[in-house]
Design a protein around this ligand. Structure first.
Ligand code: ZN
Length: 202
């Protein structure tokens, strides 16, 4: 399986990192070795001293497709989850300054936290709240209304470049409030009021 991630999909997050609003989705990919499941602890790698949390809604693809028109995107998913796109911000900033790809900053082991998936039945995907709490305080809050590119558009766009296969994940971008994590932090994520993950930075 592959993990496709969307960058710069929430205006306030783009502004907090002083990036430009893109005219089409920014896409990058993480390897499957990046997955961190089952509330396992996250350990900060040695090559970075500034790992940021980016909480994101994640869509799981249930049907193979290529060049999917947006109006048919709904046929390709029926479950979502919440994840964290851990980002070595210091590494990413150095790579960005040189115009180099971001993979070292984004695709390292355990950089893709994922909670169990839940059915979208009964959820309003056009007005869905999610949030991340760090040590009991809300640090990021998002709503799907704030997404520049909505889930169905993302699937249409991504599938022009990459054939989507059953079991692929799409991380749909992070809202404002990204920040550093340190050892002993507890990170808890919610979709509406349902706790999705709860783990420690080891
Ligand atoms: Zn992200």
């Amino acid at each position: 399986m592959k993990i496709v991630c969307i960058g710069r999909n929430y205006v306030e997050h783009i502004q907090e990192l002083n990036n430009d609003i893109p005219d089409e989705p920014v896409i990058f990919i993480k390897p499957d070795t990046a997955l961190l499941r089952n509330n396992a602890p996250f350990f900060i790698p040695d090559f970075t001293s500034d790992v940021h949390h980016e909480v994101e809604l994640v869509v799981k693809i249930k049907k193979m497709g290529k060049c999917i028109p947006a109006q048919f995107s709904k046929d390709y998913y029926d479950e979502i989850s919440l994840g964290i796109d851990f980002t070595a911000r210091d590494v990413q900033s150095a790579l960005k300054a040189k115009g180099l790809p971001w993979e070292k900053a984004k695709g390292f082991d355990s950089s893709a936290v994922i909670a169990p998936f839940i059915s979208i039945e009964g959820l309003n995907l056009t007005d869905l709240n999610f949030r991340l709490e760090k040590n009991g305080e809300v640090v990021q809050r998002g709503n799907t209304q704030q997404m520049i590119h909505k889930i169905d558009e993302i699937i249409a766009h991504v599938s022009q470049y990459f054939t989507l296969k059953i079991g692929d994940y799409i991380y749909t971008g992070t809202p404002a409030g990204v920040g550093s994590v340190k050892s002993t932090d507890r990170l808890v994520g919610f979709i509406e009021n349902q706790e999705m993950f709860n783990f420690l930075v080891g």
